[in-house]
Design a binder for this molecule. Structure first.
Ligand SMILES: O=C(CO)[C@H](O)[C@H](O)COP(=O)(O)O
Length: 233
């Protein structure tokens, strides 16, 4: 039976095969997206691809992509042909929870500018309802974060401020992340997403609704393509 690492790699290679010469590509973050960046590097080195530019969604992906010889440009107002990224949960509509890797804000900014958002994952990420397994990451500004967390508690969020090495985890944007649970699953993801956007102190949340256009999900039976559907945001 293939190891989870190999499954991630298989899904990533399928997504990277969609990239054509001259494309502008959003580069995701995390252990699965890493394989897509490595595969793009391989394709460039072996002459299968030329003239692509990448917009990374984190400092880590920026560093990795540059090391792979991918030309990096700033997002600005660019329209991207394609973005490839992992996810923490994928529901049957291809709605997602993202942000366990801490890059949710830049991921959303980059991926909203992409004509196609291709999600790559192993089958452990599939859920019936969002919030079944993963906490919902919510990026909050550091200033007065205790008050922001109190507002989130009023919305029904229970959870923890993310830590790393005994310290509060700080995102590439200099903010904190609150990993929130709302009972056994999210009651109504669309309404929750709106409420979170209206909460002072919240920078961004990890609900990516109506954004993914396609997913490659790897399991021991191979890679399943969940077909493209029109995006709503
Ligand atoms: O949203 C993300 C980072 O902010 C990642 O895409 C998500 O956490 C999945 O990561 P991995 O591929 O390592 O499981």
């Amino acid at each position: 039976m293939p190891h989870r690492k190999e499954l991630k790699q298989e899904a990533a290679v399928r997504a990277a095969a969609l990239v054509e010469s001259g494309m502008r590509v959003g580069l995701g973050t995390g252990s699965t997206a890493k394989y897509a960046i490595l595969e793009l590097g391989r394709r460039l080195r072996e002459g299968e691809l030329t003239d692509i530019v990448g917009v990374p969604t984190s400092d880590a992906s920026d560093t990795l992509a540059r090391a792979q010889g991918i030309e990096i440009v700033e997002l600005g107002t660019l329209e991207l042909d394609l973005a490839i990224d992992g996810a923490d949960e994928i529901d049957p509509n291809l709605d997602l929870i993202k942000g366990l890797g801490g890059a949710l804000t830049r991921e959303k900014l980059v991926e909203l500018r992409a004509k196609r958002l291709v999600i790559i994952a192993d089958d452990a990420k599939l859920v019936t309802r969002l919030g079944e397994k993963a906490a919902l990451p919510i990026e909050v500004v550091r200033f007065g974060f205790e008050s922001t967390l109190a507002r989130l508690a009023d919305l029904g969020a229970r959870g923890t401020l993310r830590e790393q090495g005994g310290q509060a985890y700080v995102t590439d944007n200099g903010n904190y992340i609150f990993d929130a649970r709302f009972g056994d699953a999210l009651p109504d993801a669309a309404t929750l997403a709106e409420r979170l956007k209206l909460t002072p102190g919240v920078v961004e949340h990890g609900l990516f609704l109506g954004m993914a256009t396609q997913a490659f999900v790897a399991s021991s039976e191979g890679v399943r393509e969940i077909p493209a559907r029109s995006r709503t945001s």
